[in-house]
Design a protein around this ligand. Structure first.
Ligand code: GUN
Length: 284
């Protein structure tokens, strides 16, 4: 039976450490600040944004919130970002994705100063990550790497199989594992013989977004399973991308859903914001 990797507990520990550091900075008259921009009223985005605000508040980070109507135009959004780029009290800028269809997402992401891009989505930060010299690392994959480290799982020479090639999770996590000297296979919808590829994995990272598409009996005995999926079934139950009940019998370590990768994302956002504040302050 696999050991559960408890994202909630790892998250709690890191948030506690962040709160202490924020307090120390405060005694020097410095308060880290994160601007969060939400355009429109996508229900999931609203929930995420309010969770981010609460998390900032809990560790003492200043949360500057901008809730804009769905018909906000690109120019208005760009103007806000330019203003925040120049604002000294703001060390991180996050634009919640997805944006309404009439706004060019790439243009918005590229307008954020790379030095305040705590999501790590700006092409400058993507380039830094791929070249092995990251500045900001995207929060969900960064959280995965922290969970592996906290669980004492070494990646050097291991076969890592990532399923899903999104810009937010699949692609960046593949490069992070490569930096840790893993041999990485990045699978996607057109991959042939997926069960066979998964069967090779010492470490499987599933970031597909489809309920239990990865069957437990595809997994190698003793493998580590990281499940990024959060899928709500018709009855309301949350499940991952991996068939947990079977996978848990074969894996050595596994992340549950919920309570696995989920809580780590916002924790790493707080971490990135704190690091950004420390870096920007030292320069001013
Ligand atoms: N939408 C889904 N995940 C994310 C994320 O990590 N950051 C932002 N800004 N938007 C998202």
């Amino acid at each position: 039976m696999a050991i559960l990797i408890d994202g909630k507990s790892i998250s709690g520990k890191i948030r506690g450490e962040i709160a202490v550091e924020v307090k120390n900075l405060e005694s020097q008259g410095i308060k880290p600040g994160l601007a969060v921009i939400l355009v429109g009223d996508d229900p999931a985005s609203k929930v995420y944004v309010s969770m981010k605000e609460k998390a900032c508040h809990d560790v003492g980070i200043f949360s500057d919130e901008y809730k804009l109507p769905a018909d906000t135009d690109e120019k208005q959004l760009l103007e806000l970002i330019h203003r925040l780029n120049g604002k000294r009290e703001i060390h991180g800028i996050l634009v919640q994705l997805p944006l309404p269809k009439h706004i060019n997402e790439a243009k918005i992401v590229e307008a954020i100063s790379p030095e305040k891009d705590v999501d790590g989505f700006h092409p400058y930060n993507v380039g830094r990550l791929i070249s092995g010299k990251p500045l900001f690392q995207p929060c969900t994959p960064y959280g995965i790497m922290v969970m592996l480290k906290e669980s004492g799982i070494d990646l050097s020479g291991k076969e890592v199989v990532v399923v899903g090639r999104s810009n937010i999770v699949g692609k960046p996590v593949a490069f992070m594992c490569l930096k840790q000297n893993a041999t990485v296979t990045l699978c996607h919808t057109k991959t042939r013989n997926l069960p066979e590829k998964i069967g090779m994995a010492d470490i499987l990272i599933a970031a597909v977004g489809k309920p239990e598409v990865i069957k437990g009996d595809w997994i190698k005995e003793g493998a580590v399973v990281i499940d990024v999926g959060v899928n709500r079934l018709d009855g309301g139950k949350l499940v991952g991308d991996v068939e947990f009940s079977v996978a848990q019998q074969r894996a050595s370590y596994i992340t549950p859903v919920p309570g696995g990768v989920g809580p780590m994302t916002i924790t790493m956002l707080l971490h990135n914001t704190l690091q950004s504040a420390k870096r920007l302050i030292h320069r001013s």
